[in-house]
Ligand binder design. Sequence first.
Ligand SMILES: Nc1ncnc2c1ncn2[C@@H]1O[C@H](COP(=O)(O)OP(=O)(O)O)[C@@H](O)[C@H]1O
Ligand SMILES: [Mg+2]
Length: 343
Amino acid sequence: MAASGAATPAIEAIDLVRTYQTHTGVLRRRPMTVEAVRGISFEVKPGELFGLLGPNGAGKTTTIKMLITLLLPTSGAARVMGFDVVHDTTAVRQRIGYVFGGDRGLYDRVSGIDNLRYFAELYGVEPSEQRRRIAALLELVGLTGRENEKVEGYSRGMRQRLHIARGLLHDPEVIFMDEPSIGLDPVGARELRQTVRSLVDAGKTVLLTTHYMFEADALCDRIAVINAGRIVALGSGADLKDAIAERTIVEIETFGVTDEAVERLRRDDDVSAVNMEERDQSQILLVQSERGAHITQRLLSLLGDTRVGKVVAREPTLEDAYVHLIATTGHDEARAARAASVQ
Ligand SMILES: Nc1ncnc2c1ncn2[C@@H]1O[C@H](COP(=O)(O)OP(=O)(O)O)[C@@H](O)[C@H]1O
Ligand SMILES: [Mg+2]
């Protein structure tokens, strides 16, 4: 039964675990257990926009699938609007909508509005309600005026926003979005973020996943960073940034830097993390240190005869915080999982 009272979280995950049974090897196939989600707990308040941020394979989709009753947890529990995702699936499903990235699941040869009419029928929206709700949703996702065009002429961004409208036809209280901006161009992604914001302004609770730090930061009230099946940080963007506020980031432009040279930097006691961004002609090393800008000279000498271009010491950004979290978590788990997986 649902708990009552204003304090009931919209979403609660309590030590959620999910493993997959699969196989390893091509010729000699052996059973293998993948621990996709390894004990995740968090709460999302009603009306909150909550982000699950993590690299590919972190366990984001697996977590969402458990919350929307598409996948049974191996252990642990979760509730949506107070209803248990395993025992009260019908009640959960009535209250949620979900939108997955990508552009399948729409009828290309008919108009946007006909897609929505069709799905409204399918979801059992009262005929008297349909016209009003579809009009409101078109407005919400910014497709008013384009609704009579065939979907095949829509941009990916428009399709994704039509997907959102579709996911909202039954007026759910909680909306789950798995990498909603994947594959969108920057303009489409920005419009999508506006749509997501307007959902929250309209009183919905939204949980979304993304692997873009800046997107999580631009959109979300709170962010859970997930890596290798665990939450490694949880808080507002500002909270996450505070964790590394003391650091300095030294950006070093290099040309043809070797793995050995990067490894020398990583092994230095005063270096907390090294990340590399490939550019057309060069590689930018992003070195995090608690030592301040005066470590720069030593970093350059550690690079040996590597050709170096521009060098800049600056304050850390949220992106740096994320890079650091991902770089410093998950390795032990991943190694342990590989060791345990071959039975
Ligand atoms: N159906 C499946 N069978 C076996 N392994 C899976 C399956 N789905 C996901 N995985 C594995 O579980 C881990 C987490 O995957 P996923 O939840 O899709 O992560 P994310 O959405 O963060 O990219 C990955 O290692 C992935 O390879
Ligand atoms: Mg995923």
